[in-house]
Design a protein around this ligand. Sequence first.
Ligand code: IPE
Ligand code: IPE
Ligand code: MG
Length: 254
Amino acid sequence: MSNSAESATAAGGSGETGTVPCGPRHVAIIMDGNGRWAQARGRPRLFGHHAGARRVREVVEACPDLGVKYLTIFAFSTENWKRTQVEVAGLMSLFRRYISKEMQALAARNVRVRFIGDRDRLDAKLTALMDQLEQTTQGNDGTHLTIALNYGGRDEVARATRRLAQDVADGTLKPEDVDEETLPKYLDTHVLPDPDLVIRTSGEARISNFLLWQSAYSEYEFIDTLWPDFTEDELARLCRNFGRRDRRFGAVKT
Ligand code: IPE
Ligand code: IPE
Ligand code: MG
């Protein structure tokens, strides 16, 4: 299927996706480079994380005009616990502050927020705020913002498999019914479409355990910009690039 046909379907058949024809409907971003951005300024890593958090608002606000209905952002990985206690605690405190501060603005902008990842290791104050933000925005139908927090693709597949195995053990699922349609229903992302475009900032060309199942056919953009320098204009440029790509999904054009 050509990219234009795919995107027209994704946009509900109109072929129009905001100001970017045939742009991505679901963009996922690995927001990387905060530490190096701070280091280049002789500042502590947390200074970079705060600058990075401020970038999120502009990117969320740019989505409707670009025809991006789903935005998924990688905020903290299951591997990021390996960082110093100071950095991890600073990030957790930043997440709490970010949620409290942005709650009203996100609600007013018709953004629907969801979190993916394992909440079990997060502290109760943070998970309460996450629940509150999800509940406050659950009636919204504008941009669907998904925040990956204590998220790892392998961890997600393992947790999904555990629940699936339990259903088999309980007799509510037959082993022969487990297929490519069934398994994703157990993933954290079960209500979301797969990402069309995955962007990673900071020059690293790896996926670092992000959306492993879901990105099987995503287009990738690895860009040198450090996350705190990422702008709406750059997002628009990447969405336009996406529109020029030929997505074949394994088929051959006839
Ligand atoms: C991304 O920036 C944010 C998180 C992983 C929490 P980094 O903190 O990884 O920044 P660099 O890659 O060290 O520059
Ligand atoms: C990926 O970035 C995780 C997030 C952006 C939250 P990392 O900086 O943790 O990834 P690696 O260590 O460079 O692979
Ligand atoms: Mg990094």
